[in-house]
Design a protein around this ligand. Structure first.
Ligand code: G3P
Length: 228
């Protein structure tokens, strides 16, 4: 099971707070692994925090970028280079997140080539989609490793996708395939994770449930002890 926390740009999850939150993930993961070797935490941190956090922690937890560009060394002003991310120790990248979407169907090529660029650099790609149909399309037409299904209207809210739209999880798994679907939006509890796993997801992508909690270690423990 994968539990990927997207730090976004929450004040509680940038700069020194990001450092502490990564440490909390590592502590909980170390503890959980004794009884649940199947649980894998990962953190997607702000671009500006990537280098320092990778230096300190990339041997202990998988660190993801929240975005990258289809760009290479050389004349690439202002771009986030997948090759540089990889060299820094970044494990993977989230692409096409609802809050940072590639221009839709009309320009799928831009997303596809960015996924390919990230994969060629050695990164694991979590490609986001807003519907099961979009997820299936992206899965069929790219080599993304995982497809994260997140209904945008539930992102950052109190109602989880697991409790309000469990059928979306099964539908996504049917259309996209097993061991490929992450589910996200409003995920906060072990129960949310259990439903996601029961419906066939390989894990969850979440943010506010952890980043806005005053006890992130308790939340993470709760998420990680969820059973299928
Ligand atoms: O990338 C994770 C995300 O968009 C879900 O956010 O706050 O609903 O867990 P949240």
């Amino acid at each position: 099971m994968i539990i990927l926390t997207n730090f976004k740009a929450y004040p509680s999850a940038v700069f020194e707070n990001a450092r502490q939150l990564v440490q909390t993930h590592i502590e909980v993961q170390t503890d959980i692994l004794k009884t649940r070797p199947d649980v894998q935490f990962a953190v997607a941190v702000n671009t500006l925090d990537l280098q320092s956090l990778c230096k300190e922690f990339s041997d202990h937890i998988d660190i993801y970028a929240q975005h990258c560009d289809n760009a290479h060394f050389g004349s690439s002003t202002g771009k986030i280079l997948p090759e540089m991310l990889y060299q820094m120790g970044v494990k993977g990248v989230i692409l096409n997140h609802s809050e940072n979407r590639f221009p839709s169907e009309n320009d799928f090529e831009a997303l596809r080539s960015t996924i390919a660029c990230a994969k060629n650099a050695g990164l694991t790609v979590v490609c986001c989609a807003e519907t099961a149909e979009e997820g299936a399309f992206l899965s069929q037409h790219s080599n993304a490793d995982f497809i994260a299904i997140e209904p945008p209207e539930l992102i950052g809210g109190d109602v989880s996708v697991s409790t309000s739209r469990p059928e979306l999880i099964s539908e996504s798994v049917t259309k996209i395939g097993e061991k490929k679907v992450l589910i996200g939006a409003g995920i906060k509890t072990g129960k949310d994770v259990s439903i996601a796993l029961k419906k066939g997801a390989i894990g969850v992508l979440l943010a506010s449930g952890v980043t806005k909690s005053s006890h992130p270690n308790t939340v993470l423990q709760n998420l990680a002890t969820a059973h299928q």
